[in-house]
Ligand binder design. Structure first.
Ligand code: SDX
Length: 379
């Protein structure tokens, strides 16, 4: 079997075919099943995007109604899961909680290993519907507040904000959050999606594949970057401090969170949509200073690093957006995960429908014919 030289980080290596997301990194294009992301964020909703990704077409009105019903019927956790959740340390990291509890959901499934496509899809639907409840319940629990049970009459986004805050969100807030869910749903073979496909390619199970994906997404080079962006914005005292702060990081060759991308060598189209959302929400919630700092950072980065193809990615303006929606900083990446479960599940189903075990080669660069040195002779 012939092997090619190692591509560090598998950069540029095509490791799968997908019908869900198309990305043109040079032109800054993202499409879900051929529909430009800007069209979907302007006109669609998260439930419709879930259907689109899983069925490769937009739903009819009755199909969309059915999916919303199928999801809302599954908002509530299985019996016993809330007790598990309330037994966790209150200071557990929300991404560690989510990874743990989604894994624990398999204990409440009578047939957790079943990966027949229709069964795998049902498991994915359950997990997608439970994730918002797990996150909202955990946040209320860690704050010593009573749990707010889900409401089946509310949409995915409305219901999450309702369970989190204890009140039905305004249409503006619910719409802004839903746009975030649309924008984060899928993105080709990113690290966490690849992790899910690698795990399911062994014919393991949906819970194991999604647990692996959540573990990957938490990383600061991936989904954890939105939290890093907020930490950076909080570290910069005021607008006049932006230039020295950013220049100091660049001079120390430190990476600026929310910028750069393995595929995009121009502005991530999702960042453009999120920028508009962040600007509006910052104005509505009195956070204009946050948005102004973000804009200033983007201008300096454009002056200094655009030539290297380093532009804002999806995480840069999602930080301000989530902050203005009232979310705590350590809930930002769980929001990314909540949405991306839709994409991860779509890829799991895609992998299962045409599977081959992932097993890349490694180029051995160690010694050969080495002697076994007896313990007494070792230094
Ligand atoms: C996501 O893959 C996806 O699709 C992911 C995602 C999705 O939807 O699933 O889009 C979501 O993960 C977005 C990325 C979020 N991560 C960050 O914002 C963290 C900061 N970004 C970088 O760590 C970096 O840009 C990566 C990890 C995103 C991409 O890294 P690569 O492709 O491995 O590029 P690299 O680290 O080899 O950098 C190439 C050069 C280096 O300079 P040189 O050594 O060549 O001189 O660009 C520089 C880097 O130092 N560089 C940066 C930078 N990112 C790259 N310099 C300053 N700040 C940055 N953010």
């Amino acid at each position: 079997m012939s092997t090619t030289a190692a591509s560090k980080g598998l950069a540029g290596i095509v490791a799968a075919e997908t019908e869900m997301s198309y990305i043109d990194g040079e032109r800054g294009i993202l499409e879900y099943v051929g529909i430009p992301i800007g069209e979907l964020s302007a006109k669609s909703n998260f439930e419709e995007v879930i259907f689109l990704l899983w069925n490769r077409r937009l739903p009819t009105e009755s199909e969309l109604k059915q999916l919303k019903l199928d999801l809302s019927e599954r908002y509530e956790l299985p019996a016993g899961m809330s007790n598990r959740l309330l037994a966790l340390p209150m200071n557990a990291g929300p991404m560690h909680m989510l990874r743990t509890m989604i894994s624990a959901l398999s204990m409440h499934d009578p047939d957790p290993n079943n990966i027949e496509l229709d069964q795998a899809r049902l498991k994915a639907l359950n997990i997608l519907a439970h994730a918002p409840t797990l996150i909202a319940y955990f946040d209320r629990y860690r704050r010593g507040r009573y749990l707010v049970p889900p409401r089946r009459d509310l949409s995915f986004s409305e219901n999450f904000l309702y369970m989190l805050n204890g009140s039905v969100p305004t249409p503006t807030m619910a719409r802004a959050f839903d746009i975030c869910m649309i924008l984060h749903a899928d993105h080709g073979l990113n690290n966490s999606t690849f992790a899910a496909r690698v795990v399911i390619s062994t014919l393991s199970d949906v819970y194991s594949a999604l647990t692996a994906a959540i573990g990957s997404l938490r990383g600061p080079l991936h989904g954890g970057a939105n939290e890093g962006v907020m930490l950076m914005l909080n570290e910069i005292p005021s607008l006049k401090d932006v230039e020295p702060y950013v220049m100091d990081k660049i001079e120390r060759k430190e990476k600026i969170m929310g910028f750069g991308h393995r595929v995009y060598k121009t502005k991530d189209p999702r960042a453009t949509d999120l920028q508009k959302l962040a600007q509006q929400l910052a104005k509505d919630t009195g956070n204009e200073d946050l948005f102004a700092k973000s804009q200033a950072i983007e201008k300096i980065m454009e002056r200094e690093l655009a030539a290297k193809g380093i532009y804002p990615n999806v995480d840069f303006y999602s930080a301000t957006t989530y902050h203005c929606l009232g979310l705590d900083l350590d809930l930002f990446t769980p929001m990314f995960a909540m949405s991306r479960i839709a994409g991860w599940a779509g890829h799991i189903l895609e992998q299962l429908s045409d599977n081959r075990l992932y097993r890349p080669a490694a180029e051995y660069i160690g010694p050969h014919d080495a002697p076994y040195v007896p313990m007494k002779q070792r230094s």
